[in-house]
Write a protein that binds this ligand. Sequence first.
Ligand SMILES: *[C@@H]1O[C@H](CO)[C@@H](O)[C@H](O)[C@H]1NC(C)=O
Ligand SMILES: *[C@@H]1O[C@H](CO)[C@@H](O)[C@H](O)[C@H]1NC(C)=O
Ligand SMILES: *[C@@H]1O[C@H](CO)[C@@H](O)[C@H](O)[C@H]1NC(C)=O
Ligand SMILES: *[C@@H]1O[C@H](CO)[C@@H](O)[C@H](O)[C@H]1NC(C)=O
Ligand SMILES: *[C@@H]1O[C@H](CO)[C@@H](O)[C@H](O)[C@H]1NC(C)=O
Length: 334
Amino acid sequence: MKPSIITNNVTPKHSNGKRFIISCFFIICFLCTLASINEIRYESLLNLSKCAFSRAPSLVSNSSSLDSFPPSLRTIKSSPSSDDEIRVLVGILTLPDQYHKRHFLRMIYGTQSPEGARVDLKFVFCNLTKEDQKVLVALEIMRYNDIIILNCSENMNKGKTYTYFSSLPSIFNNNEGPYPPYHYVLKADDDTYFRLDNLVKSLRPLPREDLYYGYVIPCPSMDPFVNYMSGMGYLVSWDIAEWIKESDIPKAHLKGPEDKIFGNWMRNGHRGKNRFNAKWSMYNYPEPHTGCTHELWPDTIAVHLLKTQEKWIKTLEYFNVTKNLQPSKMYHIP
Ligand SMILES: *[C@@H]1O[C@H](CO)[C@@H](O)[C@H](O)[C@H]1NC(C)=O
Ligand SMILES: *[C@@H]1O[C@H](CO)[C@@H](O)[C@H](O)[C@H]1NC(C)=O
Ligand SMILES: *[C@@H]1O[C@H](CO)[C@@H](O)[C@H](O)[C@H]1NC(C)=O
Ligand SMILES: *[C@@H]1O[C@H](CO)[C@@H](O)[C@H](O)[C@H]1NC(C)=O
Ligand SMILES: *[C@@H]1O[C@H](CO)[C@@H](O)[C@H](O)[C@H]1NC(C)=O
């Protein structure tokens, strides 16, 4: 029995092997032809793999999970078509009546288009309280669709930040579109100027999980684990927004200075194993000078405490924001 089985098996295997080699030969020929015809695609494939290996994460982290999760590789695997696109939600916490501020910030962010990223700007506030808001805010939504109205009444230090983060999964998680809907969500003050290009560049090498990113407080501290990220603007990965929604830890501590409390949630919940301190690319406006300020300088991600028009103008001038205005017969700006 046994020998006959062996013989029976060997013969077909042998001829299969020949066929296999011949097929391989043709497939290789075919691939070579494809490659030479389609050099551009080949080149971009090369570029893709180059990108994947050149982006080593470099941040302060307590976890070894960093090494096992090169973020760029993981993304290429899961969605080859949009491997490079970073999706960021910028939520600016403001009040319903701040129409002019929103108009201004729409210009500030609408004139920036960071490469390889989708950055969505949303203004975030609680329930409307006045009749005129129902018309004016509805009009804004019809025109710009960039407003999130949370189920809360306006408050300071009573959980608006919690409501913001914990509402995001219900608002944006759905079966259509990519998951996560945003890799990162940012909470920003309306007196902070973010330079989106530099923000995106700083995010590119970072993990897309369990990340807590910002300007660490106290001001002299350079250790992102001591203590928490300033309310000027901090960013977390999507999984942390989901954790805030699910966990009992934030729910139990809602009252108090919101950004400090956020840091407590991270510590008590052992979240934010990956942290990135963006100091001194993020800083307070140079004047009045304190331990938290820095001169305006090119390597800037965010400037905070732009409390007056004058400070905004000086900042925008410094960063040459209007330099690329195209000449036209319609206007003349000296
Ligand atoms: C590949 O990258 C090089 C620079 O690294 C660039 O010059 C070239 O245009 C890229 N090719 C494609 C197809 O993207
Ligand atoms: C909104 O909040 C109120 C009070 O906190 C709660 O009673 C209500 O169920 C919430 N509504 C929705 C749609 O979540
Ligand atoms: C906010 O408004 C909705 C209806 O528009 C209401 O159901 C909800 O109770 C309000 N929430 C709070 C906290 O007032
Ligand atoms: C990270 O490590 C530092 C000491 O190196 C420690 O004090 C801190 O509690 C750690 N944080 C987390 C989230 O594990
Ligand atoms: C703004 O433009 C000036 C003049 O071209 C240049 O010297 C300066 O470096 C630019 N500033 C920044 C922040 O790019």
